[in-house]
Design a protein. Sequence first.
Length: 471
Amino acid sequence: MRRTLSAAAMILMVSFLALPAVPHGQGHGDAMYASIDGKHLKGYVDELTAMSRRYRDNGHPQFWGRIIGTDADAENARWLLGKFKAIGLSDVHEQPFDLPPQWMPQSWNVSMTASGAKTLALSSAQPTYRGVATPADGLDLEAADVGFATDADLAGRDLRGKAVFFYSMDYQSRHSTISHGAVKRIGDKGAAAIFITLLIPGNMHFQFYPVASEVPTFALGYEDGMSAREAIGQARAAGTTARVRLKLDVAMTPNLKTATIWGTLPGATDETVVIVAHRDGWFEAANDNGTGVATMAGLAEYFAKIPQAQRRRTIVFLGTTGHHDGTAESGTWLSQHKEVFAKTALLINCEHTAANQLIASNNAVVRKANVESPLSWYVGGSPTLEQIAARAYQTFDVKLLDGRAAAAAGEIGRIQNLAPSLQLIDTGLYWHSDKETSDIVPENGLAAVTRAYAKIIADTGGVAIKDLMKN
Ligand SMILES: [Zn+2]
């Protein structure tokens, strides 16, 4: 008897601490979410990636995407305005922002020569965001390989005036924090240029966020990084040095504009649910943030079909400017207008909502699995909100990483504490690279996350705001 009781108590404990126990597959009444269709939503991702390619093909072959302040930004803003109007949202409008001068690299070129050997074009080189330009006629520097750029690698090395190459297994970093501050350690030793090779198979272009480097700094694809390493090694073996020629022309471009796109679906009360998806992204930006925008559009379509009286809360949809420019106009404005969230029961961030799992496989290739990548999840609210979210994720078999994220990284980072909030987010091997195309976006994953968000909105409808808030 005693044994049975403690077993029952344990089951209760476990189901409370982990995920609420619900039957596998779709539960009662969840068939209603079937109208949220993955193939349809992926069509939106395709339309968005096409905008990036148009921008690239229209004279921007190196630094491209749906970049804040560009024609691609304006095109996707118009597209979203049209979508919101077609769905039947009210008060659809654009809230414009003047941008500070934007970092726009005009062109660049990097190559390496080891004496006697032919010139090696390092064509995957991509300057880190806000990276320092070279003098107009470029730089010609001696190359140095510092391995992983640990203190052991750097001890005793004279890097003054050199082009320094290092290698990193910090796969998910596109930040100044890469390899625990390697860029700074190298810069402190007087490097004149820095090259970061991410050890992810292939030869991708990676767009890094600013890395706080005072010299021209580029990311390199794995194949180019390995070729450079080999050339440096061969030159050393021959008693000579490999040299790097680099040129980077940057224009700080003034007078550009961007906008938040607003749309409202009035509910039975003036309490709100706020749905955010950032519009910008680098390269094709299929996942970051084509999927998020598609998820937001899918939610708008779904709830627009439900009679207003049956929707307790007004839903506000925000296509925000994004944050890749660092100043994040929408997020900054919202963080300064807390009144927007005065009656907000739920803030949902739609960001990188679905990608296939990518595995670094043998023979230096990345392989795509036929299952979705597990998502990092964050809930900033009461245990009730967390349980409603967990139940929805389980209902639609959304794959999750173990353990809640400490905070909502990404577009709602500045506003996550202004209302009960939540998000799912994927940051995979191809994040911020030219391989992040529609090909890695699974229709099933896109449908699953969008359905789960719809269910969370519906299931929180009967819960008072105070009972959704963090204590
Ligand atoms: Zn993003």
